[in-house]
Ligand binder design. Sequence first.
Ligand code: SF4
Length: 249
Amino acid sequence: MTAFAQRTAADLNEAYGDLPPGELLKLLFTWYPASQTSFANSFGLEDIVIQHLLLSFPEQAESFVLDTGRLPEETYELIERWRLRFGLRPRIFSPRADLLDEFLSENGPNAFYQSQILRKSCCGIRKLEPLTRALAGKTAWISGLRREQSSARASLEVFAYDEDQRLKLSPLANWNLDQVWTYVREHNLPYNRLHDQGYPSIGCAPCTRAVSAGEDLRSGRWWWETDLQRECGLHTPRSERTEHATPQR
Ligand code: SF4
């Protein structure tokens, strides 16, 4: 890591936080070799914008997908469409079979509906543990988070350091949904067809539903829960997570 990149997140946001997404990515790759960076690509609308921007760099951050095993068929189709059109081959991280087998045996296949603790345990096994493996050895990562997506993300900054002191860049933090759609349409990018069916945010199939006009963009995620902080933990400090990455007994 260069001394440049060791500046505080507040300094980086002050100095560079208003740069356009492509410039932010360029800056990141001047601080860190692309081989030390990763892009968490869920193939959501924001992520396909970032993925498209990354394709313009000669050396790219490694894109990875957390394949929970419960993604909608439309998301798998989209991954395939990017593979065919752009030759994109993201690394796929699946849940550890031993953890999943034990959790499913104990709690059943749809335990997430039973309690928030079980839901977060499922996210822990299917998302958080694979994320730890995906980021191992990386010094920076890129996310498609936007401030406007939910009240829980309202204070999102373009630059942040995660708890492992990796620099986390959210190049679209300042963008609104119109800007995202404009980019997708101008570049005719393949996108998840669920977006045309009322799904602004798409996660696992059993935990995502369509939302109505005017609803919070993430209100279709874990819709049965009353807690408005509807996050899976991928972007939540460990101290604020209540999930368990091991099966509940
Ligand atoms: Fe499990 Fe639902 Fe979390 Fe996916 S979103 S990991 S199915 S609880």
